[in-house]
Design a protein around this ligand. Structure first.
Ligand code: SAM
Length: 220
């Protein structure tokens, strides 16, 4: 079922890069969805996790990974860990299982809901990604300064505008992908930090994400 889904995403022109295809073929999505949704793990749709949150649809994971242009060795920050699935896919690209560990990158991922932090940590441990992914409990709209700067940042919750701390924590030539807009519809925005004071953005299509709730997101 996993292979069939990847073939569909390739046919649709969404999945292109060998590294993203390889990662999505390796990471078992069924291990990242709640047990009652396991049989739907290879439907190309978001699924509920806990506390009214979701695991993103596979096509959105693919689109964001393709836009990020992840490379082996990259240090990545994800905001919105949820199930841990997207973090595991990023980890499989920046720190592939069969690559020399000295060349491995790392994924830091921040989640604001404690129940999801525990869910993600368990999923990542069971699937063997806990050595390449660090899950942090907190308000990800502030980023995670401790491990900055990052080569790539992905935000998997919808922000009203670009959170400034995330741009500050991006390395020069670093890239961010983030949904920005209202509560019901957003644009996927890609930003590249060209220098300390030059930041260029472009949009890469519409999307629908749950809200980014926090100091530089939506207020509860
Ligand atoms: N990437 C996830 C996955 O692979 O399962 C899906 C993420 S889900 C669409 C969005 C997540 O962002 C939710 O789990 C939500 O609790 C989290 N979130 C919202 N605001 C946040 C914030 N300020 N900091 C960290 N996480 C946040």
């Amino acid at each position: 079922m996993r292979r069939r889904l990847i073939e569909k995403l390739k046919r649709e022109g969404i999945l292109k890069s060998p590294s993203v295809i390889r990662a999505m073929l390796r990471v078992p999505r069924e291990e990242f969805v709640p047990a009652s949704y396991r049989r739907y793990a290879y439907n190309d749709s978001p699924l509920p996790t806990f506390s009214g949150q979701t695991i993103s649809a596979p096509h959105m994971v693919a689109i964001m990974c393709e836009l990020l242009d992840l490379k082996v060795g990259h240090k990545v920050l994800e905001i919105g860990t949820g199930s841990g699935y997207h973090a595991a896919v990023c980890a499989e690209i920046v720190a592939p299982e069969d690559e020399d560990k000295k060349l491995w990158g790392h994924v830091y991922t921040v989640e604001r809901i404690p129940e999801l932090v525990e869910f993600a940590r368990n999923n990542l441990k069971r699937t063997g990604y806990d050595d390449r992914v660090t899950v942090i409990l907190g308000d990800g709209s502030l980023g995670y300064k401790e491990a900055s700067p990052y080569d790539r940042i992905l935000v998997t919750a919808a922000a009203p505008k670009m959170p400034k701390p995330l741009i500050d924590q991006l390395a020069i030539n670093g890239k961010i992908v983030i949904p920005i807009g209202g509560s019901f519809y957003q644009e996927l925005v890609v930003g590249v930090k060209l220098s300390e004071d030059k930041f260029k953005t472009f949009t890469a299509g519409g999307c629908v994400f749950v809200p980014l709730i926090g100091r530089y997101g939506w207020r509860v």
